[in-house]
Design a protein around this ligand. Sequence first.
Ligand SMILES: Cc1cc2nc3c(=O)[nH]c(=O)nc-3n(C[C@H](O)[C@H](O)[C@H](O)COP(=O)(O)OP(=O)(O)OC[C@H]3O[C@@H](n4cnc5c(N)ncnc54)[C@H](O)[C@@H]3O)c2cc1C
Length: 417
Amino acid sequence: MPHPTIEEFGEECTAFLEANARPRASRRGFTWGEGDDSVALFEEIDPAEEQRQLAAAKEWRARRFDAGLGWISGPDAHGGRELSPAHERLYATLEARYDVPSQSFFGIGLGMVAPTIQAHGTPEVRHAYLGPMYRGDVVACQLFSEPGAGSDLAGLTTRAERDGDEWLITGQKVWTSGAQYSDIGEIICRTDPDQPKHRGLTGFVVDMCTTGVDVRPLRQMTGGATFNEVFFSEVRVPDSHRLGDVNGGWDVALTTLMNERASIGGASGGGLSAASTTRLAALLGHLGLAEDPVYRQELMRVHIAMRVANLTNQRALDKIKAGQVPGPELSTAKLALTRNLTAVAQLVSGALGARLTADTGEWGTYAWTQFLLGTPGYRIAGGSDEVLRNIVGERVLGLPKEPGDNAKAPFRDTLKN
Ligand SMILES: Cc1cc2nc3c(=O)[nH]c(=O)nc-3n(C[C@H](O)[C@H](O)[C@H](O)COP(=O)(O)OP(=O)(O)OC[C@H]3O[C@@H](n4cnc5c(N)ncnc54)[C@H](O)[C@@H]3O)c2cc1C
């Protein structure tokens, strides 16, 4: 198929969106008092409703994919269009003007697992999963963290032992977002306990429906249960589902983590979608604070920080899409996100005061409670603020390593001493 120019592509996208979705009531994206007032970050949601939303999300992705708009910059061999990042961005901008089902179910799969499969998967795994992931038929989760290994990921203990052409996985993962509806997971396991900890790891793609996989939900303080404990009891994975070399799992994990930082930061770095500046301004107006000089100043600070984060992330994402390996500087994208979320939370708490603690039914006020309770999770997920600052300090700015008795010991052991 010939490559369309940006103008031709814009017309194609608009024709698709006009035929398949309804334009948003407000093109500005937000009108005070209109529609659902949720600004939840880790929303409490009934499992049946979650299934309904997942089905709608899958249906929309399939429609996009079948129209040639599911993986705009992806390779032809896996259903992609091989167009430029600018084409991809244009579609996203145009789609944002229409009411389409939330695509958050695919964030981890497409933002982190798919790029890792593309970089490290066997041809069989790439063929089996990439197209179906972009079509929404296969949803993926990230099985990295364990009860004893979070920031110190390389200390993980879930084992994978070779058994002919297969591997047997045994152990426990935790905080696995979306495991409850995922079809596959990217898992990092210990394959050689005698190697130094970063060198004895291997990555795999595991089918979440395999016998021996047990997913148990964890309740968060927002009331939602968006993440889980996942137990593995001698789960069989074919060797063809290995990612990268045996004992080369650290490189595989880094590919995912750098994409994670870019996509967590990039997805919301500027917009924080629900918490847009337009919405914040409307909230201040509703509360009679629009002319208050302190709130006005704070609002502009938040607005500028979001714009800067947005543009920085855009540059980083373009680099990734142009085939360059994401670097440690992407840690700043996630740091910017959490800083912006915290600034929004502070602005809103000051403005709303007691309205945050009691639900009077007033539109767009108590709803912010879920946002506030969800914000701290972002300071931990995808690398905690402290760890990311260490990375930026040491690997981007070239500062000396943190002083400590034993630089090789996990941080938690240092704390005990
Ligand atoms: C909302 C949410 C979703 C998540 N989703 C997933 C998922 O889908 N898949 C997955 O695998 N994991 C997921 N996680 C787990 C997340 O990656 C870990 O929580 C994170 O890596 C931190 O690990 P930990 O919880 O074990 O804390 P620890 O590593 O034990 O850290 C405890 C505290 O010590 C600090 N600390 C640790 N090391 C250092 C150091 N070297 N220097 C300074 N301070 C340090 C940390 O900043 C933190 O404050 C999720 C977490 C959250 C909150």
